[in-house]
Design a protein around this ligand. Structure first.
Ligand SMILES: [Zn+2]
Length: 188
């Protein structure tokens, strides 16, 4: 077991010496777990995630519809996106320990409907109901910067909720709201 670990370290070192900087960053990102804090339940979780890997029941539970205490099976592409996002944040802020504050993960159709009935801005066909969307903030960077970094990924929808201090990301079609005006000044 010890020898296997040592061999793993040696291979990692060899990989880092041979690999391009981009591949190195990718490699390092894979080893870095996703760290979350749920602002509604006050729970914390650290999730190792590799591209395409299914989401664990623990992580599904963490991202549950907290109003109804109801989890779903989150789309693994959402965690692929968050890994890419974390990687992109690291590139701009190498010394920052990225943590995603979760405002909303899964929303059941019942919760989504009642929020809409209460005058909320939730979409009728919200991807939160499909486990394909998450509303997040990252302590240490502004909501605007988080929006810009997420936009540069071109990995799905990006919603900017400036007043509420969060960014919605999803793995649906690439689209931006409430305005696309910022795109022309964005340098990725
Ligand atoms: Zn959202």
């Amino acid at each position: 077991m010890k020898r296997t670990a040592a061999l793993g370290t040696a291979l990692c070192l060899a990989f880092n010496m041979l690999a391009s900087p981009a591949a190195q960053a990718h490699h390092n990102a894979l080893l870095d777990p996703l760290r979350f804090h749920n602002l509604h339940t006050d729970e914390d979780i650290s999730v190792p995630h590799r591209h395409g890997q299914a989401i664990s029941s623990t992580a599904n539970r963490f991202l549950r519809d907290w109003r109804r205490n109801e989890p779903t099976r989150m789309d693994s592409r959402l965690f692929d996106l968050l890994i890419a996002l974390q990687d992109a944040i690291h590139k701009r802020h190498p010394d920052m320990a990225v943590r995603f504050n979760v405002i909303s993960g899964y929303r059941s159709p019942a919760t989504n409907a009642s929020l809409r009935a209460g005058g909320g801005s939730q979409a009728k066909q919200s991807l939160h109901m499909e486990g394909m969307a998450i509303d997040i903030a990252v302590p240490g960077i502004s909501t605007k910067e988080l929006r810009d970094i997420a936009t540069c990924l071109k990995a799905g929808g990006v919603g900017y909720y400036e007043a509420d201090g969060f960014v919605h990301v999803d793995v649906g079609n690439v689209r931006y709201w409430p305005s696309r005006a910022y795109l022309k000044n964005l340098s990725c």
